[in-house]
Design a protein around this ligand. Sequence first.
Ligand code: SAH
Ligand code: SF4
Ligand code: F3S
Length: 449
Amino acid sequence: MRFILHTYGCQMNVRDSEAAAALLEAAGHTPVQREDDADLVIVNSCSVRAKAEDKALGKLGLLCASRRDRPERMVGLMGCMAQRLGPEIFKHVPGLDFAVGTRCAGAIPRLVARVLAGETGLLEVSDLDETPDVIKARTDTGFSVFVTILLGCDRRCAYCIVPDVRGSEYSRPAREIVAEIRALVRNGVREVTLLGQSVMNYGRANSVWEASDAPSPGGFTEPFARLLEAVATIPGLLRLRFTSGHPSGVTDQLVRACATLPAICHHLHLPVQSGSDSILARMRRGYSRADYLDAVRRLRTAMPDFALTTDVIVGFPGETSDDFEATRSLMNEADFDNAFIFKYSPRPGTPAAAWEDDVSEAEKMRRNQILLKDQDVRGVATNSRLVGTVQEVLVEGPSLRNAARWSGRSPGNKIVIFDPRPGLDPGTLARVRITRAAPQTLYGEALSC
Ligand code: SAH
Ligand code: SF4
Ligand code: F3S
């Protein structure tokens, strides 16, 4: 069948969609770029906020309705929403052919075959203690890839549905990850992003090194710092990133690994959620405002060019205007390069869902707008400081807006636009002198190699 996947949610889902596509291709199906050309459409869904679920439901409704004109079209659902709702999903989406949970994407080719044989309404959700091999399935995807190293999440922040839909933490064996990345680099991959919900927890819940594994050459004893060293020193890998961070993972070893291993980009997505100690405590984030700022200070002291991005939730139950102002001031102190601001959305079954959602929608919107505006101003300021510097840019190719100019990413993960030069091919590193800064983009001139 000709198939297409629509992916909502985080990078974990992007990676899972890629694995599902690889499995479908291996089973003889063909990926297509346009939905009109597809006879199998799969939605990979996110449950993190009600709005994310509404989007997926809306899309599924349209897809099922499209079968009035093309009755042979198959519609499937994967990801967090399938896991959360289980059999109930078929009440929300009558006509859905199949739904698979977060740790059983490997079942998709089998379910597609069964639907082709005449069945419908098929469901496969696991009890989330499986560690699926599907995580290894890959298509040929260019020079920058995601590698999931940690499944699930054990933190249980009070507002968050992720532990319910992704299960408890399981760290993949370090040898398996290193072997996988070596093979990827042999096939032309130049940049790897290691994925985990709380990625620095790598190796805390289950053992990842074997007794026979040699000690770390750099003297690292913590599993995540050891893994970073093992991956960052693979010959041919130009860049290593990892996400998402948590302040408790910003240990001295982590800071030293980032500062001393040249392949590691000086950028971290370190969600703060709030700048108010009482809100942080009720969110069960496991750190205070001072702890967070201390992690930021240690990163920036060791690496003055360190770029930081974050997530913030506004309108958490009981968030007063003082709490909100504390978040505002923390964002100024931390001087974030970029920030994603979310309006609190109660998620069924989480502890916070039992508390009154007492900040009105209008007030959530107002707080959201204020933080976005602050961040725009701050984004221009942080980017302006880079004017005149030379940034090492991993070249991606023609820019989306203007194909005559090329784009790439700086170590801080900022988009950099520059004029193409012979020898600067996609997947190579260019040195670009920055001449102009916009809130989300840098412009510059590529220097001769
Ligand atoms: N594991 C990552 C975050 C995954 S969810 C981490 O902890 O760093 C991505 C972001 O969605 C979170 O950082 C948070 O800001 C936001 N989020 C999660 N649950 C939410 C909810 N119930 N309402 C609003 N935003 C939420
Ligand atoms: Fe959710 Fe917290 Fe886990 Fe992030 S760390 S996925 S916010 S429970
Ligand atoms: Fe969403 Fe699932 Fe990721 S809930 S944020 S897609 S882990």
